[in-house]
Design a protein around this ligand. Structure first.
Ligand SMILES: Cc1cc2nc3c(=O)[nH]c(=O)nc-3n(C[C@H](O)[C@H](O)[C@H](O)COP(=O)(O)OP(=O)(O)OC[C@H]3O[C@@H](n4cnc5c(N)ncnc54)[C@H](O)[C@@H]3O)c2cc1C
Length: 394
C-alpha cells in the first residue's frame, strides 16, 4: 500500500511527488502518457517559477537546457510595442515542455517515487461507507486491463480536463469565456526587429485574441494563438491554415514569418477555462491545472502547478500524520495567500482581452504610460516572488 497516489506526472504531479518522496512518504505516480511526452504550452518558465525550482534544487537542468528570457515584448493595435525587462536581475527560461516535464519527472523518480506510465485513470474510488464520502484511490486501466490503485491520499494532478475532478463534479467548464488555443513550432522565423539587449517572450494582443511567440532551443519558435470559439470553430478543423492566416495578416509578425515553416503538426486545445468550485472531499487533493485554469495569457500556469504541487504535498503529509480535519481549509488558505492576488490579476487581464473596447483603451494607456505595461509584465512574470527568493530568502 502506498501512502500517496498521484495521478498525472506533469509539473504539478512531479513536484508533489518529489517533495513527498523527499519527506519519506511512499509515493506512486502514474500517467496515461509515455514520457517524454509533448504538451501544448507557450514553453516559458517565468522568473517566479524558476526561483521556486531553484529553491527545490531542481533548476540547474532547466537553466542549462532552456534559453534565458529577459522580459516580454507586448504589442497592440496602431503600432504600440513595449518591451519590459524583468526587474531586479531576474530572468525566466524558454524550454520545450517535452524536455521540462521529463527533467522534473526524472528528479521525482530519483527522489524515490515509483512511476508507472501508460496508466490511465478512469476516476476516483469513492467510499460511501463512512460518515462522509472519502476518496480511497483511483480506478485505472493499463494495457487493456482495469485495476484499483488505493492509497491514503490521492492527488489529482491530471491536468485541465482532470477526469478525477470532473468525474466527482468538482470542476466545470464555464459558459464564458470559451477560448481555444492553437499552437505549433516554426522553423526559420526571424527575431523581433527591436533593438533589444536580451531575449524576450512576446505577447501580441489583437481584437478578441492574442498571439504568444517565444524562441525555444533548437532554433524553433513557439507560436500559440488564443481566440474565442464560434466563428472560429470551422477554422479549428484546419489549424495549420488558421495559423498561417493569423501570421500572414498580422502587421508585426507578417515579415518575420514570411520564410518560416511548420516544424510539426499544430495542436488545438479548448475550451480553456475550467472553474473548480470545491475540493473538500477527504482522501483527495487537487494540484496544478486540475485545481482550476483561468487563461494562458499571463504565462504563469507553471508557477501555479509547481507551487501548487508543493502545497498539495505538504497538505498530504499533514493528512497522513494527523488525519483529515482542517487539511482542506488550510490548503485553501495557503493557496489563497500565495495565488489569490494573481488569480484576480489574471481574471482582470482575461476580461480586458475579451473586450475590443477595453483592448483599445489599454492600447492608448500603454502609449501614454508605458510604465504601467512594464509593471503588468513584471506581475505576470511573478518577478516579486523571484526577487524575494533571490535576495531575501537565501
Ligand atoms: C496555450 C497554452 C500556453 C501556455 N503557456 C504557458 C507558459 O508559457 N508558461 C506557463 O507557466 N504556463 C503556460 N501554460 C499553462 C501550463 O501549460 C499549465 O498550467 C501546466 O501545464 C499545468 O501543469 P499540470 O501538471 O497541472 O498539468 P499538465 O502539464 O497538463 O499535466 C497533466 C498530466 O496528467 C496526465 N493525465 C491526464 N489525464 C490522465 C488520466 N486520465 N490518467 C492518467 N494521467 C492523466 C497527462 O498525460 C499529463 O501528463 C499554457 C497553457 C496553454 C493552454
Amino acid at each position: 500500500m502506498f501512502d500517496v497516489l498521484i495521478v498525472g506526472a506533469g509539473p504539478a504531479g512531479a513536484i508533489a511527488a518529489l517533495v513527498l518522496a523527499r519527506a519519506g512518504a511512499r509515493v506512486r505516480l502514474v500517467d496515461r502518457a509515455t514520457f517524454p511526452r509533448d504538451k501544448l504550452c507557450g514553453d516559458t518558465v517565468n522568473p517566479g517559477t524558476l526561483a521556486r525550482l531553484e529553491s527545490l534544487g531542481v533548476a540547474e537542468d532547466v537553466e542549462a537546457r532552456g534559453l534565458r528570457i529577459d522580459g516580454m515584448l507586448v504589442t497592440g493595435a496602431r503600432g504600440v510595442a513595449i518591451e519590459g525587462s524583468y526587474p531586479g536581475g531576474t530572468s525566466g527560461r524558454a524550454i520545450i515542455r517535452r524536455d521540462l516535464d521529463w527533467l522534473l519527472l526524472q528528479r521525482a523518480i530519483a527522489a524515490g517515487c515509483q512511476f508507472e506510465e501508460g496508466v490511465s485513470s478512469r476516476g476516483a474510488i469513492l467510499d460511501h461507507g463512512g460518515h462522509l464520502p472519502m476518496v480511497r484511490g483511483a480506478r485505472v486501466s493499463h494495457g487493456g486491463s482495469a485495476r484499483d490503485l488505493r492509497a491514503g491520499v490521492t492527488i489529482a494532478a491530471d491536468g485541465r480536463r482532470s477526469p478525477i475532478a470532473f468525474g466527482l463534479g468538482l470542476a466545470r467548464q464555464p459558459d464564458r469565456p470559451r477560448r481555444w488555443a492553437i499552437g505549433a513550432y516554426y522553423e526559420n522565423a526571424l527575431p523581433p526587429a527591436q533593438d533589444s539587449t536580451g531575449t524576450y517572450g512576446e505577447m501580441h494582443v489583437r481584437r478578441g485574441r492574442y498571439i504568444g511567440v517565444a524562441p525555444v532551443p533548437g532554433g524553433l519558435t513557439n507560436v500559440c494563438v488564443v481566440k474565442p470559439s464560434g466563428r472560429g470553430d470551422a477554422e479549428l478543423a484546419d489549424p495549420a491554415r488558421m495559423l498561417a492566416r493569423e501570421l500572414e495578416e498580422d502587421p508585426v509578425l507578417h515579415d518575420r514569418f514570411a520564410g518560416a515553416h511548420l516544424a510539426g503538426a499544430p495542436v488545438v486545445l479548448g475550451p480553456l477555462a475550467v472553474d473548480v468550485r470545491s475540493t473538500a472531499i477527504d482522501g483527495l487533493l487537487l494540484a496544478g491545472d486540475a485545481a482550476g485554469f483561468i487563461d494562458p495569457m499571463t504565462g504563469d500556469g507553471l508557477r501555479f502547478a509547481t507551487r501548487g504541487g508543493e502545497l498539495a504535498a505538504s497538505a498530504a503529509l499533514q493528512a497522513l500524520e494527523h488525519g483529515w480535519p482542517g487539511v482542506h481549509a488550510r490548503l485553501a488558505a495557503d493557496r489563497r495567500r500565495e495565488f489569490g492576488a494573481k488569480w484576480r490579476f489574471n481574471r482582470a487581464l482575461r476580461a480586458v482581452v475579451a473586450s475590443p473596447r477595453a483592448v483599445d483603451a489599454a492600447t492608448i494607456a500603454a502609449r501614454v504610460a508605458p510604465s504601467v505595461l512594464r509593471a503588468i509584465i513584471a506581475t505576470a512574470g511573478d518577478c516579486a516572488v523571484a526577487y524575494y527568493s533571490k535576495f531575501c530568502n537565501k
